[in-house]
Every structure is written in C-alpha cells, then in structure tokens.
Design a protein around this ligand. Structure first.
Ligand SMILES: Nc1ncnc2c1ncn2[C@@H]1O[C@H](COP(=O)(O)OP(=O)(O)OP(=O)(O)O)[C@@H](O)[C@H]1O
Ligand SMILES: [Mg+2]
Length: 299
C-alpha cells in the first residue's frame, strides 16, 4: 500500500487560514496519481485516478459519491485518509490544509477522521472478540479504567443495535450486517467528526442495506458526524446523502443536492447510472418512472 504523499507544493505554500466556520472538509481541485513503475521503454508510468475534483462537506451532513468501478471513488476517500498520493490540489479539514501535516499525521486528525470499508470480514481482526476490537478503538485515544471501558463497549454496541451477546463473539460468528454494525461502532469509538464510508453496504442484501443506512442516518442525527458515503449506485446514496457527486473516469461530472441529481440528472453518464438501476429492478422502475413523470421530469 502506497503511503507516499505528494502535496502540491505551489498550493500548499500558501498560508492556510484556519477557519472553524467553514465546511468541516473541503476538497479543492484534488488530483490523485499513482506511480506504476517502468514500462518496456524504461520510462516511469503514472496513472491519474482522480483529476481536479472539488467538493465540501459541512458538519453533520453527507456527501454521496457514486461512479462505476475504477472511477476513482476509493482513491478520493483514501486521499482524505492520507493513504493515496495527492498530486494536485488540497484537502482542508477543519480549516487545516492536510498537506501541512507532512509525514506525521496529528493524533487529532487520526481520531477525527475514521473509515468503514465494504468488507468487515477483512477489516476486523478474526482472532479478536468484538469486545476486544471495540475496546481497543475506545482506549486508543482515551485512557480509561477497565470498568469504564467495559461500560463504553456496552454503550458502543447498544448504539449500533448489538448487545452483550455479540461482545463475546468472533467476527465469523456474526452475520454480514452485524459485522458491519461492529465496524461502524469501531469507527465511532474515537468520537470522530468525519467517517469515510467506502461502499459500506455493497456486500449486503437489500433489506440489510437499508437497515444499515438507517442506522448511519440515526447516528448522524444523534452525534452530528459527517459522512463521505461511497457507492456504485445512486439508489443506495439517495436517502442518506444531502448532496451527491457523480464520478466518471476520475472526474466529477455532476454534483448537487441529492434529490436534484436523482430526479433531474443533467449528465448523460448519471442518466445511464440511473438507467442501469432501473433495468435491474422492474418494479422499482415503474414506481420511479411514475414519480418522475409526476414531477415533470423526463422519465
Ligand atoms: N495503489 C494503486 N496503484 C495503482 N493504481 C491504482 C491504485 N489504486 C487504484 N488504482 C487505479 O486507480 C483507478 C481508480 O481506482 P479506485 O479504487 O479509486 O476506483 P473505485 O471507483 O473505488 O472503484 P471500485 O468501485 O471498483 O472500488 C483505477 O484505474 C485503479 O486501477
Ligand atoms: Mg473502491
């Protein structure tokens, strides 16, 4: 995994103006470029996965990021987490340009920005009970007595709809949806301000998907945490997102309020993304066509 951070020196040399009043996260003209080693000609090859992408997320709000496989969604999430090489633009979190961190990420940033991945089976330690995993996440940033820690583990599990029964289980003893609840509890344990959710429901069946999305929405109302919510599918991000950005070949081809992007997609790629969901589910297609007709949009 590459941790090479290549800040845009021209832009990062500008004095950053810490402003607690601005958006929590501001991504400005971000480009992500991977070094691919040397080809047959011996020349170093690069791949630009993200090109000139800008968006911002306010406290307690959600930006949904959609696009087909390879469009650069995870690269953006990983750049925010400082795990992908930034080749241009800047990422400003809570008024601070993250390029100014250099190689040492401040503890406060590591606490404030958490992640939930698609596959909790590979992101949870298979040899640890759920209580141990959550306990570690809680005490990593806050020293607590054993008793306090146990109480917080119980609260953390309760908050995501799990109980003491689940605390003593191992990841393989839980269902996919329960494992994802554990991953969410773990991400919330340090009391973060932003969670990058990289396809957190893509591996779940449809009814479990909506339960997990509802849970994330409830937690947001309770805790005012912000989400960057990544998915393949507009249908999945529609309910949870305040705004939606549509990525195509590394570029943001459409962005706006969630309902507007969904109901009146301006870009032909967004229309195709919607169409592919429509074909996959004829019942939903009929309902959606009627809904959009009623709103005066092209069905
Ligand atoms: N570490 C890496 N080194 C080289 N190329 C990479 C690396 N990570 C991603 N890429 C390339 O960057 C592009 C964008 O990948 P990314 O994982 O960001 O897409 P994605 O939208 O998240 O796709 P998916 O929906 O399949 O998860 C792809 O062409 C991918 O092959
Ligand atoms: Mg991805």
């Amino acid at each position: 995994m590459s941790t090479d951070i290549t800040p845009d020196t021209e832009q990062s040399s500008e004095p950053s103006e810490p402003s607690k009043d601005g958006p929590l996260l501001s991504v400005e003209n971000l480009s992500v470029q991977y070094q691919l080693g040397r080809g047959m000609t011996g020349r170093a090859k690069t791949l630009t996965a993200v090109r000139d992408v800008s968006f911002s997320i306010e406290t307690g709000r959600t930006l949904g990021l959609v696009g087909e496989s390879g469009s650069g969604k995870s690269s953006i999430g990983r750049a925010i987490l400082r795990l992908a090489p930034v080749s241009g633009g800047r990422i400003v979190f809570d008024g601070q340009d993250t390029a100014t961190f250099g190689k040492r990420t401040p503890l406060s940033f590591n606490r404030d920005v958490q992640v939930v991945f698609q596959d909790p089976m590979s992101s949870l330690n298979p040899r640890q009970t759920i209580a141990t995993t959550i306990g570690q996440a809680i005490t990593r940033h806050r020293p607590l007595s054993g008793l306090e820690r146990d109480r917080e583990i119980e609260q953390a599990l309760d908050r995501v709809g799990l109980s003491g029964y689940h605390a003593d289980r191992y990841p393989h003893e839980l269902s996919g949806g329960q494992r994802q609840r554990v991953a969410i509890a773990r991400a919330l344990a340090p009391r973060p301000r932003l969670i990058v959710c990289d396809e957190p429901v893509s591996a779940l069946d449809v009814s479990t998907q909506s339960q997990v999305i509802n849970l994330l929405m409830e937690l947001q109302r309770e805790l005012s945490v912000s989400y960057l919510f990544i998915a393949h599918d507009l249908e999945v991000v529609r309910h949870i997102s305040d705004d939606i950005g549509v990525l195509y070949l590394g570029q943001m081809v459409e962005a706006g309020p969630a309902d507007q992007v969904y109901r009146t997609p301006a870009h032909s790629y967004t229309q195709r993304l919607l169409a592919s969901t429509l074909v996959a589910n004829p019942a939903r297609q009929a309902a959606r066509t009627a809904e959009r007709r009623a709103l005066g949009a092209d069905a």
